[in-house]
Design a protein around this ligand. Structure first.
Ligand code: DX5
Ligand code: ZN
Length: 213
């Protein structure tokens, strides 16, 4: 299991310090939540702050777009050379084109499924994806409760990707803790995002190690 702490739960007054600390504590990716106040009822950070995160990080960025105008935001963040950019399938009229566009920029493309969106929605995109991000909370806020029905969705997605593109990773985001991580691994998850679990823990190193199952 790869671990991607979500900096949404970091101390924004000490952002560079916290980003360095999770990287030193052994995380694999740095998950960055970008919200525009339209697609989700919350706003977070733009390219100025994300570039400060990129400077402090020693691990690749995993940028999760929760926005209405995906291509505009892809163009804003591409110069920071993130490892992954993910966008919501619910908000994109031409997802296949956007996947190819992200790849053409040298960034790994990923697509996100909201809790109500079935695994089959991305069946014909799977071949072109590096990762699928399954939301296990409704996007917009950290610290929400895990929605258990996503476990079945991950199992279905795991079967689909084994058939179509076994190299495509499955990532989970929302309400991940040491309590549910083994269940998620067994269902087929390869990468976990964890915000409040990591940043509220007294030791980032222990929290990340607990998720490295
Ligand atoms: C929610 C974000 C998540 C969030 C996860 O919209 O996509 O990345 O920060 O936070 P926790 O792990 O606290 O549920
Ligand atoms: Zn996220």
């Amino acid at each position: 299991m790869l671990v991607a702490p979500s900096v949404l739960s970091a101390d924004f007054g000490n952002l560079a310090r916290d980003v360095k600390a999770i990287c030193d504590a052994g995380c694999d990716l740095v998950h960055v939540d970008v919200m525009d106040g339209h697609f989700v009822p919350n706003m977070t950070i733009g390219p100025v702050v994300v570039s400060a995160i990129a400077k402090a990080a020693t691990k690749p960025l995993d940028i999760h777009l929760m926005v209405e105008n995906n291509t505009f935001f892809v163009d804003l963040f591409a110069p920071l050379k993130p490892g992954y950019i993910s966008f919501h399938i619910e908000e994109e009229k031409n997802p296949h084109r956007l996947v190819q566009y992200i790849r053409s920029l040298g960034i790994k493309p990923a697509v996100v499924l909201n809790p109500h969106t079935p695994a089959e929605a991305i069946e014909y995109l799977l071949l072109d994806l590096d990762m699928v991000l399954v939301m296990s909370v409704n996007p917009g806020f950290g610290g929400q409760k895990f929605i258990p029905t996503v476990v079945e969705k991950i199992q279905r997605l795991d079967a689909l990707r084994k058939k179509i593109n076994p190299n495509c990773l499955i990532e989970i985001d929302g309400g991940v803790t040491s309590q549910n991580i083994e269940l998620l691994r067994d269902a087929g998850v390869d990468v976990c995002v964890a915000g409040s679990y990591v940043f509220k823990h007294e030791s980032y190193e222990t929290a990340i190690a607990n998720l490295h199952v």
